[in-house]
Design a protein around this ligand. Structure first.
Ligand SMILES: *Cc1c(COP(=O)(O)O)cnc(C)c1O
Length: 454
């Protein structure tokens, strides 16, 4: 391979999303209506979500066509580059047989993988004739992606943004405003859920769980509005599979194939997006690629959580979801990887982890930021704090292979850039970043509340 960048020619972008449910050895358990404990009905879900997204959520079809209008918008930035990280490899002094690639999702206009689903969700909302949507955002990436997509499809958007992120990243909020969205720091005084959180603690810095409650409450009190979610649910992961499908073809062009595929893990959308197409190759075509999800040590639902039915939000407005969870009342530390501060894992990822079809690792904030700085100094891109977890995991895999004297091809998803998240780097460079130590007792406190749910 002569060139460093491998970019598919125009028109080679995938035209279908891949639904992993079709190939899962064990199908995910159904989501339950918390009132009846029966599987949720389409009618109930349609009150909260856009109709076509509910259909996709419940679909077991292997392939779902990407609407032409969505493909047109994807083409603004897709295909995204698959890049051989030669400069990082040199800095790590890796032998020839160990290769690190990254799929660069930071090239989207909003700076992350999130627009892959935001554009699709806004398209279906507009197609249904809706005028208004709401959402929550942690690090601000999803809020900005959906703001951009809402502007493109003429939708009014209200965003509840986790307060610590709102304060740490004022430019994220301004991006959303520029695309025309209204942004509220959460907990806010605009909803019951927000007011309750503020009554408990006026200085509450917020969490994704609280922000989801606020956004869903808005929808429940406004019949003409629907709620859009940026991760966790399978229709979101589905939209992200363009990442892995493109990567499969790019590896084919490069004449290479990964032994290890890595993604950072918040709710599971960028991990599933890059990993599920490779999982299909494992399940259907006998490939043996290892898939690794990298989560923060301070929010370890995959490595220390429990598989249970749980709510997706703090107030308990969502259906009960079968997932690896720390309990919906778990309050993660205010780490900088805001997009990874979520108590539960998506349904497909949870079932696949139960079945041993991928691995999970947890990584401390200081170590992951250090890996991010090394990546910035070598490959030039300042990664999102979330993505630094994947970078760290990739470096560990490369070094293990080196110690074992093995050849290895590793690819990780660079889920976003960190240019709007420089506050994290400021803290890191000042030596002010801290790791979080979570005791078993602390985790048990919120997990033990789950037994009475179902
Ligand atoms: C939102 C976000 C994540 C985490 O969400 P997933 O659904 O797990 O992908 C990771 N990286 C970036 C840059 C994000 O914006």
């Amino acid at each position: 391979m002569k060139t460093k960048k491998i970019i598919l020619p125009d028109g080679e972008m995938p035209t279908r999303w891949y639904n992993v449910v079709a190939d899962m050895p064990t199908r995910p358990l159904p989501m339950l209506n918390p009132a009846t404990k029966e599987p949720v009905t389409k009618e109930l879900m349609s009150r909260i979500f856009v109709d076509e997204l509910v259909d996709q959520e419940l679909s077991e079809d292997r392939w779902i066509e990407i609407p032409e209008r969505v493909q047109e918008i994807y083409k603004i930035w897709r295909c995204t580059p698959l890049v051989r990280a030669t400069e990082l490899e040199k800095a790590l002094d890796l032998p020839k047989g160990i290769k690190i690639y990254y799929k660069n999702e930071s090239t989207s206009p909003a700076g992350s993988h999130k627009p892959n689903s935001a554009v699709a969700q806004a398209y279906y909302a507009a197609k249904q004739g809706l005028k208004r949507i709401t959402t929550e955002t942690g690090g601000g990436q999803w809020g900005s992606a959906l703001s951009m997509a809402s502007a493109m499809f003429g939708l009014d958007l209200r965003v509840y943004m986790v307060k610590v992120s709102y304060q740490q990243k004022p430019y994220r909020g301004l991006m959303m405003n520029t695309w025309g969205a209204d942004v509220f720091p959460s907990p806010s005084d605009t909803t019951e859920a927000g007011r309750a959180a503020l009554a408990r603690d006026p200085d509450d810095g917020g969490s994704l769980g609280t922000a989801v409650s606020e956004a869903v409450e808005m929808v429940m009190t406004h019949p003409d509005a629907r709620y859009c979610l940026g991760s966790v649910l399978n229709h979101v992961v589905l939209h992200q599979t363009v990442i892995g499908e493109e990567a499969l073809r790019q590896f084919e062009i490069a004449g290479d194939y990964p032994d290890v595929v890595i993604g950072c893990f918040g709710g599971g959308s960028n991990f599933g997006g890059i990993a599920y197409p490779f999982l299909r190759e494992n399940l259907v075509n006998g490939r043996k690629t290892r898939l690794i999800a990298a989560e923060p040590t301070s929010c370890p639902k995959l490595t220390r959580g429990k598989f249970e039915y749980d709510f997706g939000d703090l107030a308990g407005f969502t259906p009960l979801i079968p997932m690896f969870t720390l309990g919906h009342e778990f309050h993660p530390a205010d780490i900088h990887a805001g997009g990874l501060r979520y108590h539960g894992a998506g349904m497909t990822a949870s079932q696949l982890l139960r079945d041993g079809l991928f691995e999970a690792v947890d990584i401390d904030q200081v170590e992951s930021l250090a890996a991010g700085v090394l990546f910035a100094k070598t490959e030039g891109i300042i990664p999102a704090p979330e993505s630094t977890h994947a970078i760290y995991a990739a470096i560990v895999e490369a070094q293990r292979a080196q110690e074992a004297g093995e050849e290895k091809t590793i690819v990780f998803n660079l889920s976003g850039h960190g240019v709007i998240d420089l506050y994290a780097y400021e803290q890191y460079l000042a030596g002010a970043l801290k790791n979080t130590v979570l005791s078993d007792a602390e985790i048990a406190k919120t997990i033990d509340t789950l037994e009475k749910l179902v």
